[in-house]
Design a protein around this ligand. Structure first.
Ligand code: NAD
Ligand code: TYD
Length: 343
């Protein structure tokens, strides 16, 4: 048996990855370490209850003695845990630094001490900062993060690569594009727009809505992470770029069209501070290893929207909890200024 320790396995991409690995590697067992922040939801993996190959441990990755203990006998690490939302980082970045920088360091120390064979650090295209289509970032491009979230992810990634350079500790890195799919907390644009449209509520579109993001489907991101974990060259980073780029207004229109909802729900509101116009990456390194996205823009968006339409049991409890305070702070004034009351 191979033991894989996944961090952040109760979050969006992490939970999809846990399921992906258990389905494809019958000889693997997984330890999922997750603090269960507001974004961590055990319901994301409730189908694994009773699975002998799966163990959940509630813990903070910044607790180094605990991580060192948990890491005994672990072969591989896939590190997804993070504070992940740009808007929350704009409101205050302390937790982002604690988890994304110090937490990553803590895990690296624990993994190295236990002689882990491979450590996948999951990073983001946002470390490159805003980039246009004419100049897609290769893995050697400079880091120019703009938001506190992106800055903290850059700090964590630099710490991970320092462990390769300083100690030859076998770190591999993915830099994923904007990802969508099932189990994404409905603070991120696509699940927020979709669930609001289902409820007949406004879709708050920042600024002119012409900012562009890739729409990488989550299982494509999982396949890339798994490939890099197993076959990536230690010390190297790999861009994960699907080429499903479209602007936010077009995405909002596709969502309301898929649901048969009204375009009048799409509501331009005050822009995000320091809003990055677009990210573009050169994905040829990963494609050279055989990775291809299985979802194009249309199927990625449609499959995602249909999942939220068909799985209200998952998101309705989230939207009725602490989420409402966050929503009011984030959108109350913006929507009122746009002439729409916040829900
Ligand atoms: P998410 O916010 O949905 O999940 C994060 C998970 O980490 C949650 O379950 C949370 O409880 C857990 N966590 C947070 N702090 C922790 C701590 N201190 N100790 C243990 N667990 C903790 O995030 P996501 O969207 O699934 O992103 C996963 C990773 O992928 C992150 O590293 C993120 O930066 C990266 N990434 C995300 C995207 C995207 O579009 N979502 C794109 C590229 C890269
Ligand atoms: P988001 O899902 O927060 O991801 P990121 O900021 O990491 O790219 O946002 C995706 C895009 O959608 C981004 O350009 C900001 C925009 N957006 C809105 O227009 N309205 C919203 O309410 C949110 C959350 C995001």
């Amino acid at each position: 048996m191979t033991t894989l320790l996944v961090t952040g396995g109760c979050g969006f991409i992490g939970s999809n990855y846990v399921r992906w690995v258990l389905d494809r590697h019958p000889d693997y067992r997984i330890i999922n370490v997750d603090k269960l922040t507001y974004a961590g939801n055990p319901a994301n993996l409730k189908d694994l209850d009773g699975d002998e190959r799966y163990r959940f441990v509630q813990a903070d990755i910044g607790d180094t003695p605990r991580m060192t203990d948990l890491m005994r006998g672990v072969d591989l690490v896939a590190h997804f845990a993070a504070e992940s939302h740009v808007d929350r980082s704009l409101a205050g970045a302390g937790e982002f630094i604690a988890t994304n920088v110090f937490g990553t360091y803590s895990l690296l120390v624990a993994a190295r001490e236990n002689g882990v064979n491979r450590f996948l650090h999951v990073s983001t295209d946002e470390v490159y900062g805003p980039v246009g289509p004419e100049n897609p970032s290769t893995e050697d491009a400079a880091f120019r993060p703009t938001s506190p979230y992106a800055a903290s992810k850059t700090g964590g990634e630099l710490m991970a690569s320092s462990f390769f350079h300083s100690y030859r500790f076998p770190v591999v890195i993915t830099r994923g594009a904007n990802t969508i799919g099932p189990y994404q907390y409905p603070e991120k644009a696509i699940p927020l727009f979709t669930t609001n449209a289902i409820e007949g509520k406004p879709l708050p579109l920042y600024g002119d809505g012409r900012q562009v993001r890739d729409r990488l489907y989550v299982t494509d991101h999982c396949a890339a992470a798994d490939l890099v974990l197993h076959e990536g060259e230690p010390g190297r980073a790999y861009n994960v770029w699907a080429g499903n780029d479209c602007d936010n207004r077009a995405a909002a229109e596709a969502i309301v069209d898929t649901l048969g909802a009204s375009h009048d729900l799409i509501t331009p509101v005050e822009d995000r501070a320091g809003h990055d116009q677009s990210y573009y990456m050169d994905g040829s390194r990963l494609r050279g290893m055989g990775w291809r996205p299985q979802y194009d823009l249309e199927s990625s968006l449609r499959t995602t929207v249909e999942w939220y339409r068909d799985n209200r049991w998952w998101w309705e409890p989230i939207k009725s909890g602490e989420y409402q305070d966050y929503y009011e702070k984030q959108y109350g004034k913006r929507l009122a200024a746009a002439g729409k009351q916040s829900p």
